[in-house]
Structures are given as C-alpha cells and as structure tokens.
Design a protein around this ligand. Structure first.
Ligand code: TXA
Ligand code: MG
Length: 354
C-alpha cells in the first residue's frame, strides 16, 4: 500500500486544513489515517465502519478481541455512541478535552468489531489541535489504538510511526512530538459514585479522586494471576516490550551500581535519571546510558520512556536496566508501563540494607 505523509505544524494548522480534510475523507471512505494526539499517535479508522476496524487490527497485527478507543470532537458527542451518565459529564467537565478515556455502555452505532465484541465502548476526547481538526472534519468518531505494531512501544513521533506503519496505512499525519508520551488514563464507570482505574496516565489517581471514588484494578500494579479475568482485554497481552530483556532495579544508585557490576553483562544499557548520568558514566564506562530526565520531573520521564525503549531496542542488549519508579502521581503511569516492559521482573536491592 502506498502511504502518504502529511506534515503539519501543530501551532499553526490553518494552512493545512485542506490536507487534513483530504485525510478525513480517506478515513470516511474506509481508509486508515495515523494522527497525532497529546498522548501518543493513533491509528485511525471510521469507528462506525466494521471494515475499518478489521483493517486496523490487521495493520497492527492486533488480536481482534482487544477493543479500540473511539475519539470524539466534543465530550457531548459521546451520547451518539454510548449511554452517558451524570458521572461521565462530571469527568468530562474536569478532564475533557484531554488525556482521559472513559468506558461506558455502548450504543448500536458502534459495531462490535470496533469494541472487540464487548457491550461497552471506550470514549476519548483529545485536546491536540491536529487531532481535533481531523475528527471534526471527519464528522464521525475515529476509532484508534496506538499506532504501533502490536507488542512494541506506542509511537510518540512520526519517525516511530513510519518505522511501524509505513506501507500499512493510507496516510500518516506528522504533527511532531506528542506532548505527554504515554497513553491516556482509562477509567470504567461502575456506578454514579465510582470508577475503576484500568490504565494510569497523565490524569492521576489524586485528580480523579476529586470527582468520585476510584478503585484501582489490580493489573495496574501487578501481574494477572492464573485464572484472573482481565477487566480490560489489553491487560492480557504483554505490552510495550522491547526485544532485549528489561530488569527493574529498586534501590539507590550505589546499590544499582553494585548489582550491575556483579551481573557482569557484556552489552547492557541503563536508563538513568539526569542527576545520576555522570555518576554511572564514570563508574561504568562500558554501559550504554539512556537519560530518562530529572528524577524530580516525572512528565519529562514520561515523554522520554517509549522513545528510549525504541532506541534501546535497535541495539540488542543482553539486558536493559531501569529504575523502578514510585507508584504515585504520574509515577504510577511510568511504573505500569515499565513493569510490563520488564515482564514484572523487579529486583529488590533495598531489602539487603534494612
Ligand atoms: O492515549 C491513548 O489512549 C491512545 C491514543 C491514540 O488515543 N490510544 C490507545 O489505544 O492507547 P490502545 O488501543 O493502544 O489502548 C486502549 C486500551 C486497550 O488496552 C484496550 O484493551 C482498552 O483500552 N479498552 C478499549 N475499549 C475497552 C472496553 N470497552 N473495556 C475495557 N477496556 C477497553
Ligand atoms: Mg496500544
């Protein structure tokens, strides 16, 4: 398939509106269009067209029972596709447009193919201006999973998208770097006072708790147990994983240094906080170091994480070491993505010292 790349300046989209309109028409006639959002790039198709959903699953190599998020221009448009509730509007008022996805009971306007056979549908109203213009010009909800091949990290810039999707989609809209860099927070509405957090993101547990009670699905922080039912189909699959094994190290930098030296790997990488970069560069000159960002700036780390995992994956390391984030605030989103990338291998370097 021939893929057209449309480059757009997200700070000045007016000159590109005719290009965005052309992409929207391709989507409406059943084509696939990758577009930027404030979280990660999405692989878009017409949410009301079962054939578009089928195409998305095959372009990504994704199992068909893993449902797609539908993207709308205005929070109120959810009522066209789902049974909205007062709690939905309370969440929407505070967090939409923005990086929050809400799971509601679906209406028939969304075919089962889009929602992976479920009775519910995931709804998100993004704030990225290119995404908003695109959805608006399409005039229909846009079904979009992250625009990566199944099993690799979500793409946060157009070059990641080109690596994974060139030749598999009709159009790639290049709108530069995604602001946040990790996927949206997902909640499921349980009743009028309670949601369950299925995937942590930029909208934190504390922020959600200002609106309603929040249960945290156990799979957010730990592995699904044998026989445990996944609340979200996506939880069943090993996500975001680079080919080299990732090991999470829970300890101070001295403990990390000691541990890494003891392992004696030949070709290895360490994800380091900016504050520790010189320390590790001096102590471990043979290590490949990837700078995550300041230990104090979790948004900066969120912005870098998937890019680093992709870069590191080009090198085939024996092992990639990464620090275990604190599972709080935006740190919970980093923690959730890293434990998946590491297939839950956490090395506790603190116990020995206490
Ligand atoms: O930030 C994001 O959410 C990005 C951008 C493109 O919007 N999209 C994204 O989509 O991350 P995807 O498909 O990669 O992840 C969506 C997750 C999957 O794990 C899926 O299983 C879950 O949402 N999901 C979708 N619909 C669901 C539903 N009805 N019930 C439970 N989980 C659902
Ligand atoms: Mg994804």
């Amino acid at each position: 398939m021939k893929t057209e790349i449309i480059k757009i300046d997200p700070d000045n989209i007016t000159p590109s509106l005719s290009d965005i309109k052309r992409a929207a028409e391709i989507l409406k006639s059943g084509g696939l269009v990758v577009f930027p959002t404030e979280t990660v790039y999405g692989l878009g198709g017409d949410a009301t067209n079962p054939a578009s959903a089928e195409k998305i699953f095959s372009a990504k190599g994704r199992p068909k029972d893993n449902p797609l998020i539908i993207h709308i221009e205005n929070a109120e448009d959810a009522a066209l596709y789902a049974k909205t509730t007062p709690l939905y509007y309370r969440l929407a008022e505070k967090f939409m447009p923005g990086p929050l996805t809400v799971i509601l009971e679906s209406k028939d306007t969304v075919p089962y193919q889009t929602r992976g056979g479920l009775e519910t549908v995931a709804v998100r109203c993004p704030e990225n201006p290119v995404a908003r213009a695109f959805i608006s010009l399409a005039g229909v909800a846009v079904a979009a999973p992250s625009a990566n091949l199944s099993g690799s990290p979500s793409p946060t810039n157009a070059s990641h998208v080109i690596d994974d999707m060139y030749g598999r989609v009709d159009v790639i809209i290049d709108g530069g770097e995604c602001d946040f860099g990790l996927e949206s927070t997902i909640v499921k509405i349980e009743n009028e006072n309670t949601v369950t957090l299925l995937r942590p993101g930029k909208i934190t547990l504390d922020e959600l708790s200002l609106v309603c009670n929040v249960n945290v699905a156990s799979a957010v922080v730990s592995e699904l147990k044998a026989g445990e039912i996944a609340l979200s189909p996506g939880m069943k699959y090993r996500h975001y994983a680079p080919a080299s094994p990732v090991r999470l190290l829970d300890g101070e930098r001295d403990d990390v240094l000691k541990y890494v030296k003891e392992q004696g790997n030949n070709k290895f990488a360490i994800l380091v906080y900016s504050e520790d970069k010189d320390y590790f560069a001096k102590q471990l000159p043979s290590a490949s170091l990837y700078e995550l960002g300041s230990i104090k700036n979790e948004s900066a780390q969120a912005h870098e994480l998937f890019k680093i995992l992709r870069d590191a994956d080009k090198e085939s390391f024996d092992v990639i070491y990464a620090p275990l984030p604190k599972a709080e605030g935006i740190g919970l989103a980093l923690y959730n993505r890293l434990i998946r990338a590491a297939a839950h291998t956490i090395v506790n370097l603190r116990a020995a010292n206490t």
